[in-house]
Design a protein around this ligand. Sequence first.
Ligand SMILES: C[S@@+](CC[C@H](N)C(=O)[O-])C[C@H]1O[C@@H](n2cnc3c(N)ncnc32)[C@H](O)[C@@H]1O
Length: 266
Amino acid sequence: MDDYSAYRDAECAALYDAVNAGRDDAAFWLTMAREASGGPLLDIGCGTGRVLLPLARAGYEIHGIDLSAPMLARAQAKLAAEPPEVRERVRLLEADMASFDLGRRFAAVFSTFGGFHHLRTVDEQLACLGACRAHLRTRGQLVLDLVNADPAPLPDLPGAEPADGEPTAELAVWTEGRRVRSWMDTLAYHREQQLAECRMTYEIIAPDGHTRRLSETFPLRYVFRFELEHLLARAGFGLVALYGDYDLSPLADDSPVLLAVAARSD
Ligand SMILES: C[S@@+](CC[C@H](N)C(=O)[O-])C[C@H]1O[C@@H](n2cnc3c(N)ncnc32)[C@H](O)[C@@H]1O
């Protein structure tokens, strides 16, 4: 991917962690790790290590790759504060999830919190799935965490910019006396490519009420349930399970996420 433009800002990487600290996916990934017969694990698009670090703390050897230097730098800084036995379990590398060669195989590959949506073409998606397959042991599992997208043009996610001055409760976080709120909105939707032009905005509110905004825009490609099944089959995977939420509930119309567990079909 030569014109990658997302997650370019170190401050956004820190804010990303602040606003996503309460995300409820940790137990799901621990369950997926347990099913991977002890590891080692690979997290593609690991970002700031939000999921990777708790897995390392839980005893799993885990490698993480990401294209964003600021996100990886934050992961590295957080890792440096961990005890030596946790640090030893982790490897972080700047690499493209659509073309990587780590020279070893893993018990499971994870793509957490929608990272796969950053792949904008079928060629990139298949290249990524092929690379994941090549890095999996026989019967190794790939787990993808995707948005359960509506085929209609997407609404703003996770909500439009609030009209009043008060941060929405679920997104507001206090950091060093500053409040932070974030929202993502869709600026344009290109149906023929299944691409949404998304803008992520962080608003930082100082104790004296002064506000400052930081925004990043990037395209996200939405993937639908049966399209995903076809993609996985083309890449040599068989579907093992589909879930609609992190509590392992079945996929339904109104499920917030599409969680796919697939295994190498050989
Ligand atoms: C929504 S964030 C998810 C981060 C992390 N997985 C989590 O759960 O918090 C998406 C991440 O995917 C990374 N990313 C996007 N495209 C990528 C690519 N082609 N190769 C590797 N990483 C990529 C971004 O830099 C970003 O860190």
